[in-house]
Design a protein around this ligand. Structure first.
Ligand code: FE
Length: 339
């Protein structure tokens, strides 16, 4: 009897470990990224690990809704998206699980990760100005954009957009509530027109002279720098680009990133994938997909447009803080009338 029991246990053990093994050979990835370089990124991971990636790509809100609705039965192992605000939203919905990885701790700077999610590339929020209309000395800091000297010259997208909320979160953390509200009011008072369009529209409006100065993410500028279209070249010739706050806090940095989901059925594969994203090769693919910077310090971007944008000082506020302060920033912007 005893030997039968033992062999039954042994058999069960083989089955269980076989099942675990089979489970780890796939990774279900929910991604709000849609870049060409991502193909190489994913196939390289499968080549290295034998883990096949099932990918579901959709808009971030749609994916978040889906993961939430799937609940404990969700097949999603990893969620990837852009912007600290959106990553923070997933965290607020309690969708992420904690990842313990010495490798990630060693390779990703502490301010670019939280316990729940990790940044894998960075983008900066830059100031662009019309060379004919504005002196660069007047627009060296985000704070300068609220100076009455720039009345009628500032263009910016909606105050409720995550990019501007993240920038406000950085100011709120650094300057406090009163000064951030005064800044937002000054900025609104300087508007050339009501906020509309995306960052690229602001850049084009600056080049066209409709606005003297605007705020835009670095990858939109990098994209234009790489463009061979004559109209884009003309835009870049008409504008100057400022790395803001270089003598103080550094340029505001936002991120792309992701995390392992709390109900991930393939947790080992999920951690392996996140660790892979921090590898030298993957860092180049991941960042280059959207003309961003790698987060691993030893990895050099191989992107001529980023080189053309030059070296800069970046802020070191924790990305988790950026996400958490968004709600307070939205209230400040509402009071300031930044629609
Ligand atoms: Fe964008």
């Amino acid at each position: 009897m005893k030997s039968v029991k033992l062999s039954t246990i042994a058999l069960l053990y083989v089955c269980a470990s076989g099942a675990v093994h089979a489970q780890e050979k796939v990774l279900n990835l929910y991604s709000a990224r849609h870049y060409q370089t991502d193909e190489a990124l994913y196939s390289d991971f499968t080549k290295q690990t034998g883990i096949k990636i099932n990918r579901i790509e959709a808009g971030e809100n749609e994916l978040l809704e889906r993961i939430k609705n799937e609940g404990a039965n969700s097949p999603a192992d990893v969620f990837l998206t852009v912007d600290a605000a959106r990553l923070a939203k997933a965290d607020e919905l309690n969708l992420f699980g904690k990842v313990n990885s010495k490798l990630l701790e060693a390779r990703i700077p502490a301010h670019l990760r939280t316990e729940e999610w990790i940044a894998f590339s960075t983008r900066a929020r830059l100031i662009v100005y019309n060379k004919q209309a504005v002196a660069p000395a007047d627009v060296q800091n985000y704070e300068d954009l609220a100076n009455p000297k720039l009345a009628g010259k500032v263009c910016v997208r909606s105050g409720s957009h995550p990019y501007n909320l993240s920038l406000g979160a950085s100011l709120l953390d650094r300057l406090g509530e009163n000064k951030t509200e005064a800044w937002a009011k000054g900025l609104v008072a300087n508007f050339a027109r009501a906020p509309k369009g995306g960052d690229t529209d602001q850049i084009k409006s600056v080049a066209a002279g409709e606005c003297g100065v605007a705020i835009a993410n670095s990858y939109y500028l990098a994209r234009m720098l790489r463009s061979t279209k004559p109209e884009d070249k003309k835009v870049m010739e008409s504008i100057g680009v400022v790395w803001p706050n270089q003598k103080t806090s550094g340029a505001h940095i936002n991120v792309s990133g992701g995390g392992m989901l709390r109900h991930a059925p393939n947790k080992l594969a999920a951690v392996k994938f996140l660790e892979y994203l921090a590898s030298d090769q993957a860092q180049v693919y991941f960042a280059d997909g959207n003309n961003e910077w790698p987060v691993v310090a030893t990895v050099k971007p191989q992107n001529p447009a980023l080189e053309a944008l030059g070296k800069y000082k970046a802020e070191t506020i924790n990305v988790g803080t950026l996400g958490k302060l968004q709600a307070r920033v939205q209230k400040i912007y509402d009071r300031a009338g930044w629609k």
